[in-house]
Design a protein around this ligand. Structure first.
Ligand code: ES4
Ligand code: ZN
Length: 326
């Protein structure tokens, strides 16, 4: 079989997708109109032209502005449902979806509105698409730990509607240890723990995500290849990295896709996975990430198989369920 066909058709899990980053410009304009929210762009094309980023912050500024059109439960449902249909088309059988409640509660949208809209889409995906979808609540690291604690409090009535917590937004200057106390509390609550680390930030942030926050997975983690001792730790403890190649390209983490270190991570025995991050902003969903990365870097069918296996190993589905996907 041709490699592109194998990549497209192989069953896979997605473990690093920000649902607000799946909001396509067309749907964003539709929501802006129906909610009577002003967008600082004249058209879909005008907005797409603004998707030319130089680093993480230049993206986040536009991403948070775009999320301003999300007001009603229906908006959150529609956004997630559109993503879940793309996931099904890309043979994603299981997806763990990040959401950023602080982006919405700060604008007066309630936690209940956000969680109910997203949860309803996840339920419908299981019933109608055969896609297994769960939610992971992310704290914004540019805000305070106290703000994160308030957010956790607001989410507690919906505790059964998310499986874990993560840490995202502006990395440099906001090390994982800033959130030591709130992650310790989440751990006591039995939540799964992940954090973005080593996207733009140094290997030191990956170390503290592991040793202080005690996360089970690292989101991105591509800077780890600069620290041989860290590479050894990640391999030995089988700590997964949720790598997002097209995101790294768009945010200039690597100058060209052929310079990406995914092959190096896999060949070092790390549990690396491929994910889309913010597909509406970075130029592609899961299969676009697989196809373009393999084309650019010359990875093989053996790497493809390894990535598919890794995606289920790294997921938070139960051990019994997991065996079915092997
Ligand atoms: C994000 Cl690419 C990336 N990095 C950190 N935080 C984020 N939130 C949404 N996308
Ligand atoms: Zn991310």
């Amino acid at each position: 079989e041709r490699l592109p066909e194998l990549l497209r058709r192989m069953p896979k899990a997605e473990l690093h997708i920000h649902i607000e980053g799946s909001l396509e410009p067309e749907l964003m304009f539709e929501m802006a109109q129906r909610n009577r929210v002003a967008l600082p762009y004249a058209s879909v094309d005008d907005l797409r032209r603004a998707y030319d980023f130089s680093n993480l912050q230049s993206f986040l500024d536009i991403y948070y502005a775009g999320a301003g059109v999300l007001i009603t439960e229906r908006d959150f449902f529609d956004m997630a449902w559109a993503y879940l249909q793309k996931a099904r088309a890309d043979h994603v059988l299981h997806t763990e979806i990040f959401f950023d409640p602080q982006t919405h509660t700060a604008r007066g949208v309630s936690m209940e509105t956000v969680v109910n809209g997203l949860h309803r889409a996840c339920e419908q995906a299981r019933a109608q698409l055969g896609v297994n979808a769960s939610l992971i609540l992310c704290f914004l690291r540019h805000l305070s730990e106290e703000d994160a604690f308030q957010t956790l409090e607001q989410a507690m009535p919906f505790r059964d509607r998310f499986i874990g917590v993560g840490l995202d937004s502006s990395e440099v200057g906001h090390p994982p240890e800033k959130f030591a106390k709130v992650f310790a509390r989440c751990r006591e609550l039995g939540l799964h723990l992940v954090a973005h680390a080593g996207e733009e930030g140094p290997p030191a942030y990956v170390w503290t995500a592991l040793d202080v926050l005690k996360v089970e997975r690292i989101d991105h983690g591509v800077q780890s290849s600069k620290d041989p001792a860290l590479m050894k730790r990640l391999a030995q403890d089988r700590i997964p990295l949720t790598v997002c190649p097209l995101s790294n390209l768009k945010l200039c983490v690597f100058p060209r896709l052929q310079d990406h270190n995914l092959g190096q991570l896999l060949d070092a025995g790390l549990v690396a996975t491929v994910n889309s991050d913010d597909p509406a902003y970075f130029g592609g969903y899961m299969n676009d990430n697989f196809l373009r990365t393999f084309e650019a870097t010359g990875l093989t069918a053996a790497h493809a198989h390894r990535l598919a296996v890794n995606s289920f190993e790294a997921s938070f589905i139960g051990a019994a369920e997991k065996r079915k996907y092997r």
